[in-house]
Design a binder for this molecule. Structure first.
Ligand SMILES: [Zn+2]
Length: 688
């Protein structure tokens, strides 16, 4: 290919000379992305044409395997682009993101509607029983064929054209949605101007609020909408008026008239998704989305959510009675509101379980908890992590690690990006720069974990809450799913599994962080180095179920609104999505003073992309699996039982989507999952 002047100037299109072909982060500028992505898309289409135009008839190797190995340049560029847009964005990069959303979606449509390519894959699929494929190749053929069908490959030409328009518009809208949420989060700050404004805040919250102010070039203390700052503020602040202000800002994201208003965007996304479903012959988007999940249909999801809801509401009311008793004792006369719940729950927790976040946090320094996560992975799966300070990263806070397998070879690269900053979106997530594959040569994965912990001021160690530690382990569980992947094809690699299976490796990994043996070994006091006292471990365990009613109600309510709104046929999509949401919650009799996890106008799972649309339930679905799965270790009598861990690695963490998830679970556990361990873990089995 003739090289243009631009190619020489564009580091994205040069050979990436860093170790492990890591991206040349330091040289990247926002203006490099659009031309590089366009060139990579063109190159990818050329590769697909070559596959389609072969005179030789289709075979697994000359069609499926080559398709899987095509578009590698594009995948790498998209990896860099999407990760930077999420973790280290800027107005210039956001502009590129808006410009490129539609071309990238159009490219994806062009790939999956490539008639010549699909004809070959369709022919192979029709003969699949006669091809003498390995089980993994069989799965690969079925999943790839399904990807094409679900992306519109079988539609008539006019429908395909319309479908591509829908996909392009959806990409633009979901991009805008996410940017609007970030805009509302970045714009907000609650300034704590006086000593009275700091009332009730423990030292760690004051320090984080001071750091948040310093990050923004301000003196004093500010509360931002970063969850790791906002939730502690709601938990500890004695200032009910300020709690209410912060809570209203948090729950009002995306719902303010002006440039960041997400209400009309949500409605248009819903209309487009309903039309997308109709083109496939489904009544609603939920029907379309759920067809490719373990649940298969809405009734299975509804059944699980109803079961949990029925038990969660009485559990919540039991908690409310405890809160109310304390409020009465304190002479409080107002009704409990959503901005009060965490505050009074913390008081109950302190009194009943003698637990106090300010007492707990010194045992959970970030660095020690990272070491704990690595240590658990080593004891379970025989992998070792070692920091490499010389590898290129995209922000000074990011740490890079090599992961070596038990044979001593480097089997993956792990980037850990732990702190909140204005250029990063909220939440916590795992993503990849490169996925594991053996197709066309061995490629080791490059995986990233993002968290949004409030960084301690002045170079002090960052202290985590127990909840933060859970998030750290959760994302690291996803990270291991990417890092331990050991499959032949990229399509089946790592986290490319059905979406109600994808939270199993992450939620399962959370179990180890509350094991007493792990806590004794790693939870050491930040000043004295003393291990966490056994009495405190026992109190943590006793308190674990308190608050599960609150968490279960808030989560399930959000899952119910998601399922309800995505189950609407196109004609029934409401004009006012906020009113629809309120109506669903009213019909469900959402208890007062609790709130829900996410409202539509900032529900990024549903509207900043389509991966979790009609899919917020997946955390609960996977929790049925993870609670049941962890019981295998409990039954073996050892949280690091070697035989159970070996089965877990083989059938879950390393298997990707190479085996149908129901069967791979049975291969690990010896039977299908039962729902009771999840209900028991949440304390929802007790009589109402
Ligand atoms: Zn997750």
């Amino acid at each position: 290919m003739r090289e243009t002047h631009l190619d020489h100037a564009n580091p994205l299109l040069q050979e990436w000379a860093a170790p492990y072909a890591l991206p040349p982060f330091a040289a990247l500028r926002p203006e490099h992305f659009a031309p590089a992505l366009k060139q990579a898309m063109q190159q990818h289409r050329g590769e697909l044409d070559t596959i389609a135009q072969q005179t030789e008839g289709p075979s697994f190797d000359n069609t499926l395997a080559r398709f899987d190995a095509s578009g590698r340049l594009l995948a790498r560029l998209e990896g860099v682009f999407h990760n930077l847009c999420s973790s280290e964005t800027s107005p210039a990069l956001q502009q590129v993101q808006r410009e490129m959303a539609e071309p990238i979606a159009a490219h994806s449509s062009a790939v999956y509607m490539h008639a010549g390519l699909f004809a070959r894959i369709d022919a192979l699929h029709a003969q699949r029983a006669q091809l003498a494929l390995t089980p993994e190749q069989q799965r690969m053929l079925e999943q790839t064929h399904l990807d094409f069908v679900r992306a519109g490959a079988r539609l008539a030409p006019a429908a395909q054209a319309r479908y591509a328009v829908l996909m392009g518009r959806l990409a633009t809208l979901t991009t805008q949605f996410g940017q609007n949420v970030l805009a509302d989060e970045s714009a907000y700050r609650l300034t704590l101007a006086s000593k009275a404004d700091l009332a009730g805040l423990p030292e760690f919250v004051r320090a984080a609020a001071q750091q948040a102010a310093a990050d923004r070039g301000l003196p004093g203390h500010v509360i931002t909408l970063s969850r790791s700052l906002l939730v502690p503020f709601l938990t500890f602040s004695e200032r009910r008026d300020l709690r209410e202000q912060a809570w209203r800002a948090w729950t009002g994201r995306g719902e303010h008239a002006g440039t960041s208003d997400n209400r009309a965007i949500v409605r248009e996304i819903l209309l487009l998704r309903a039309e997308q479903a109709t083109l496939h012959g489904y009544t609603s988007y939920a029907d379309y989305a759920l067809a490719n999940t373990m649940a298969r249909e809405g009734s299975a999801v509804q059944g699980l959510l109803d079961n949990v809801w029925q038990r969660a509401v009485p559990a919540l009311e039991r908690e409310r009675a405890q809160l109310q008793a304390l409020m009465d004792e304190a002479g409080t006369t107002h009704a409990i509101e959503a901005w009060d719940w965490r505050f009074w729950a913390e008081k109950v927790r302190q009194r009943t379980y003698a637990l106090d976040d300010a007492e707990i946090k010194p045992y959970f320094a970030l660095e020690r908890m990272v070491a704990a996560a690595f240590d658990c992975a080593e004891r379970l799966f025989g992998v070792r992590f070692a920091e490499r300070t010389d590898l290129p990263v995209y922000h000074p806070d990011v740490k890079a690690y090599e992961m070596r397998g038990s044979d001593g070879r480097v089997a993956g690269i792990f980037l850990h990006d732990n702190f909140a900053r204005p250029s990063k979106r909220s939440g916590a997530w795992m993503s990849s720069f490169r996925q594991q594959t053996k197709n066309g040569g061995e490629v080791i994965p490059v995986i990233v974990n993002n968290n949004n912990f409030a960084k301690a001021a002045g170079g002090e160690p960052t202290l985590l809450s127990f909840d933060d530690v859970r998030t750290l382990f959760h994302e690291f569980g996803h990270g291991l799913h990417g890092l331990l992947s050991n499959v032949g094809y990229e399509r089946l690699s790592g986290t490319n599994v059905l979406r109600d299976f994808v939270e199993l490796p992450s939620q399962l990994f959370e179990h180890w962080m509350s094991e007493a043996a792990v806590l004794r070994r790693h939870a050491r006091h930040v000043v004295t180095g003393e291990p966490i006292p056994d009495a405190l471990i026992q109190r943590l365990a006793a308190a674990r179920r308190f608050g599960q009613g609150f968490e279960s109600v808030r989560y399930t309510a959000s899952a119910l609104t998601d399922l309800a709104v995505h189950s609407l046929p196109r004609a029934e999509v409401p004009d006012d999505v906020v009113a629809f949401e309120a109506e669903v919650l009213r019909r469900r009799s959402l208890p007062p003073g609790v709130g829900i996890n996410h409202r539509f106008t900032h529900f990024q799972h549903l509207f900043a992309g389509s991966g979790y649309a009609a899919g917020y339930y997946v955390y609960m679905w996977a929790e049925v699996l993870d609670a049941d799965a962890y019981d295998a270790f409990v039954e073996a009598g050892d949280p690091f039982d070697a035989a159970v861990a070996a089965r877990l690695k083989q059938h879950v963490y390393a298997a990707g989507d190479s085996v149908e998830p129901g069967s791979t679970y049975v291969a690990f556990r010896g039977r299908t999952a039962q729902v009771e361990p999840m209900l028991k873990k949440r304390g929802l089995l007790e009589p109402a």
